[in-house]
Design a protein around this ligand. Structure first.
Ligand SMILES: [Zn+2]
Length: 588
């Protein structure tokens, strides 16, 4: 299978034919700006981040755009290294003088204001089904709700909507997982945590009140019969029952006399409402399957629209943020609220966001595939769960910024994971030390190491190219043997990065100059004394690719995120004294 991951080579020229001159000009502008700011060491991740910040419409093409960005950054960096920084500055001055005066991006405008929100009184809720840990999609709900709570000194209720024990049954462990995921993403615990299954008594009490007060009834029609009547704006016979009769039927539902499917409780609405789905909608149904938290205690369970409506009232929720596909839920619940004489919370909607790479995953599907052994667990790096992304080294702050930046638009959006990766790069890059990882290594011998004055056969290399992390990595060349990637040996004249211009003859390296004397390609490499066997694991859609190579054995510690030179970011997963280094791919 072809690798669709992000190991894009700098010399990859593909993809530029598709871009308009305008886009190419924007890419060039930011590549120049970044190179000027960082003295010729422009970073494609940060350039891509700026472009996508200015042009949200390009986000769904981020993957292709990245190729163009890498190429432009490489061209501009090369120009600066050869002709000096002034040339880049002049070029930018001519085309986009304003870009020379970039201030640090002012703090984002942030989320739009909540309607009718009073500081200190806002209550929001995030209500997942605990049938698995949280995914990247859930991260939106956690982020937006917790962000609003912060803005208004309000509260977030984490509510487990776990009243479905048949189709998407809860997993006992998932409650804890979700609390952990929430805390990882926001840095704190939710203000209130409740489980719907703990609060069944409340829902059943309200259902009984509804029957007693005559705005609900027990309907014993089959689903087809009811639907047919409903679609014709006709009432079923159950609708005219007296409260007493409804309460007797209610008792029979609860004591197990009625079986699953034999009766439901409906909320009375107008039977001629324009939208058939709203007409006398079902609020509670019989469910005899055992529940992982409360066992067989209850025979009647609320449907989500009823449970959620009652609980929002109980918790004093002031603002609900939900998908626009749930507008019918709002309408149903508003009808219920008016029966009870309650005021419905302010409701805001967002459109769907599809992350290209993860479009085909659902929580139930992942659960099945994990049970079938297709994935190793919920933190399998191929999955869109927060545990998998956390394991790979994604930064929770970057993820929050991504969702806040997207905001509350009602448009359906499709974005590439690379947009999130761009946010992540700009967040983590300053904290990531560089290391060499040589894939498919070829061992070569240096012929003439002794030609340099006062050279003690060691070299010192920056931990971070811009010295954002102070200090040097020291490489010992005494053994005169080095590893270079096989594909880099296509060129017979190369520059070993941070060291020397060399000529390759068979397996022999001849040093031609320590200074950079011409434009030969710069490659990463590794002296044999610093090399340790390593495996880089790369998730690629539903596959796993492993690249073998030699890793720079310099202060490798489990859990640290490194930028592998010319490869990308990865996290060290092996123990510090392991014989082989295990690396897990983060992104390019
Ligand atoms: Zn009926």
């Amino acid at each position: 299978m072809k690798c669709s991951c992000l190991l894009v080579e700098v010399d990859n020229m593909a993809g530029d034919d598709d871009w308009s001159a305008e886009v190419v000009a924007i890419v060039r502008k930011y590549a120049l700006q970044n190179a000027v700011e960082y003295n010729g060491a422009g970073q494609s991740g940060s350039v891509l981040g700026r472009i996508l910040g200015e042009r949200a419409d390009l986000r769904n093409r981020a993957k292709d755009l990245k190729i163009l960005v890498e190429r432009e950054v490489s061209i501009v960096n090369k120009m600066v290294s050869e002709e000096g920084i002034e040339v880049a500055r002049e070029s930018l001055e001519r085309t986009n003088p304003e870009a020379l005066n970039r201030q640090k991006r002012s703090k984002r405008v942030g989320l739009k204001e909540l309607p009718n929100a009073e500081k200190g009184k806002v209550v929001l809720r995030f209500a997942p089904n605990p049938n698995g840990p949280l995914t990247l999609g859930h991260a939106r709900g956690v982020t937006i709700n917790s962000e609003y709570a912060d803005l208004y000194n309000g509260k977030v209720v984490l509510r487990f909507d776990d009243t479905d024990s048949k189709i998407k049954p809860p997993i006992k462990e998932a409650y804890k997982w979700i609390e952990e995921d929430y805390k990882w993403l926001t840095g704190k615990n939710p203000d209130v945590i409740i489980k719907a299954s703990d609060r069944m008594g409340i829902y059943l009490k309200y259902a009984e009140k509804m029957l007693d007060d005559g705005f609900g009834y027990v309907c014993k029609c089959s689903a087809e019969v009811f639907k047919k009547l409903r679609d014709n704006k006709e009432e079923c016979n159950c609708r005219s029952k007296k409260s007493k009769e409804n309460l007797t039927d209610w008792e029979l539902m609860n004591n197990g006399t009625f079986l699953e499917g034999e009766a439901v409780v409906r909320v009375k609405t107008s039977i001629d409402l324009p939208n058939p789905a709203l007409r006398d909608w079902p609020a509670l149904r019989i469910q005899h399957s055992s529940h992982p938290m409360v066992g067989d205690k209850y025979k009647v369970w609320p449907l989500l629209d009823f449970q959620s409506a009652i609980e929002d009232h109980e918790q004093g929720v002031t603002h609900i943020i939900r998908g626009k596909d749930l507008m019918d839920s709002t309408r149903k619940q508003t009808l219920l609220y008016s029966h009870f004489g309650w005021q419905y919370p302010e409701t805001l909607y967002w459109g769907r966001v599809k992350i290209h790479e993860f479009g085909s995953f659902s929580t139930s599907g992942m659960r099945k595939d994990i049970n079938d052994g297709i994935f190793t667990g919920w933190d399998d790096p191929r999955l869109p769960t927060l545990r998998a992304l956390r394991r790979r080294g994604f930064d929770s702050g970057a993820m929050r910024e991504f969702w806040i930046d997207l905001g509350l638009t009602q448009k359906d959006i499709s974005v590439s994971l690379q947009t999130i990766e761009a946010f992540n790069s700009s967040k983590i890059d300053g904290n990531c030390e560089r290391r060499a990882f040589v894939r498919n290594p070829e061992l070569l011998k240096i012929k003439n190491l002794d030609g340099k004055k006062d050279f003690d056969n060691t070299i010192s290399i920056k931990r971070h190219p811009m010295d954002l992390i102070k200090g040097k990595r020291v490489w010992d060349l005494n053994e005169k043997k080095v590893y270079v990637e096989e594909k880099d040996l296509k060129n017979k004249k190369i520059r070993l990065k941070d060291f020397a211009d060399v000529k390759i003859i068979d397996s022999i390296i001849e040093i031609e100059s320590y200074e950079r004397a011409d434009n030969r390609p710069i490659v990463h490499w590794l002296p044999i004394s610093m090399a340790k066997k390593a495996n880089l694991t790369i998730p690629d859609a539903r596959e796993i690719i492993t690249q073998k190579g030699m890793m720079e054995d310099f202060e490798l510690s489990k859990g640290s995120i490194l930028q592998l030179e010319r490869v990308g970011y990865a996290i060290v997963e092996s123990e510090n004294d392991a014989e082989e280094v295990e690396l897990l791919w983060l992104h390019g």
